[in-house]
Design a protein around this ligand. Structure first.
Ligand SMILES: *Cc1c(COP(=O)(O)O)cnc(C)c1O
Length: 400
């Protein structure tokens, strides 16, 4: 079957909740993906940073295959021999005492919301069912009904109410607004250190540190959603660490499996994560032995291949080179590590046509909102590959 035939079947039988580029990928390796027509592309999206380790990383593949032959799912009704080691290795890698395993990123966020509320009632003494969580405009934390309740994006929420109460919105990047929004009932502030989905929005320097300080002063938890920014993408294990911030809770997902499997988690110390008691929260697949084995290998690759260091070094180089491309369309190039956004002027006619043009030159990037092209290749990318891509990117940014 050719590309067009696959597209027709997909459009006929599948829900139309995405607008993908028309490339049908059939296999991938490292930073490269291959389509059904035999064409090869550089993946500059990395499945929204889920494949930081590169596609089909051999070490993770091997762990997955070996575990799949032994036992894949026990449910948490019984224990398994992978989950304890996953907990321990995740703790050693991230510096958090405990973790709670889930599947999708949205579930990790939901779990963090529940945990923050429980902490508010049991530790802080907020009157039951009065807890508030402060979130930022432009946020993206997932797609469940509770999470879209605090989205500020009309497309994500307008047709999906009624909404879950208990969330307060402040402008992103404004720490004074957070301080003003805190009440005695505030349980937590939840933020993305960089807003990936909003278009790689980097807050003013010092923002995260200031927010963390405000939270501490007011006995409010600081939750960082690092599902996209975490696990080495921005040049450190967590983007919060760039400002010396250690959030009370971190949500992770995406690259926690290197793209093999949906694995997410909430990270926190025992004083917080220890609050859950049996039966209060759970997931049939969360913490299953296949996921735990894949998670262990994924962490090992991040660590052993120094992917944080690579992201820092190559990201700085990529941003510098992109910034030097003369183009009347480009408003700003910004990035941290290998999470890079090229924002176009509104007159450029939208980022989509640039992504289409990149595709014909063998580069897959995706528009974020209307005017930003995100460049976020797997962290195993080499400088030589960036150098290969730059002339093509230059050509596209200089088109009419
Ligand atoms: C992708 C993402 C999520 C949601 O993860 P899913 O696995 O799609 O549910 C949440 N927060 C951030 C910051 C994300 O980038």
């Amino acid at each position: 079957m050719n590309t067009q035939q696959f597209i027709e079947i997909e459009e006929k039988y599948g829900a139309h909740n995405y607008h993908p580029l028309d490339v049908i990928i059939e296999r991938a390796e490292g930073v490269w993906v291959y389509d059904v027509e035999g064409r090869k592309y550089l993946d500059c999206l990395s499945a929204y940073s889920a494949v930081n380790q590169g596609h089909v990383h051999p070490r993770i593949l091997e762990a997955m295959l070996a575990q799949a032959k032994k036992v894949t799912l026990t449910s948490r009704a019984f224990r398994n021999d992978q989950l304890p080691l996953f907990y321990k290795e995740l703790s050693e890698f991230t510096g958090y005492e405990m973790s709670l395993p889930m599947n999708s990123g949205a579930e990790a966020v939901e779990s963090a919301v529940k945990l923050a509320r429980k902490w508010a009632y049991r530790v802080k003494g907020v009157p039951r069912h009065q807890a508030e969580i402060i979130t930022a405009s432009g946020n993206f934390h997932g797609r469940t009904t509770t999470i879209v309740s605090f989205s500020t994006e009309a497309l994500y929420r307008d047709d999906f109410g009624p909404f879950t109460p208990g969330f307060v919105t402040v402008p992103y990047g404004d720490s004074a607004a957070i301080e003003k929004a805190i009440t005695p009932n505030t349980a937590a502030v939840m933020l993305e250190p960089i807003q990936g989905e909003a278009g790689v929005i980097i807050p003013p320097a010092g923002y995260l540190a200031k927010v963390a300080e405000i939270c501490k002063k007011n006995n409010v938890l600081f939750i960082a959603d690092e599902i996209q920014t975490g696990l080495c993408r921005t040049g450190k294990i967590f983007a919060s660490f760039h400002e010396g911030v250690r959030p009370d809770m971190i949500t992770v997902g995406k690259a926690l499996s290197g793209g093999f499997y949906p694995i997410s988690a909430v990270l926190a110390d025992a004083a917080i994560l220890g609050l859950f008691t049996p039966g209060e929260h759970g997931s049939t697949f969360g913490g299953n032995p296949l996921a735990a084995a894949i998670g262990r290998a994924s962490i090992a690759v991040l660590r052993d291949e120094n992917l944080a260091g690579r992201a820092a070094e190559l990201g700085a180089y990529f941003v510098e080179q992109l910034s030097e491309i003369p183009s009347r369309h480009v408003k700003e190039v910004r990035g941290q590590g290998l999470l890079i956004g090229v924002e176009l002027h509104p007159a450029a006619g939208g980022a989509r046509r640039f992504c289409e043009a990149l595709k014909t030159r063998g580069i897959l990037a995706k528009e974020t909102h209307d005017h930003v092209i995100r460049f976020a290749p797997p962290l195993v990318i080499g400088k030589d590959t960036i150098d290969w891509a730059l002339p093509a990117i230059r050509e596209v940014l200089q088109m009419a």
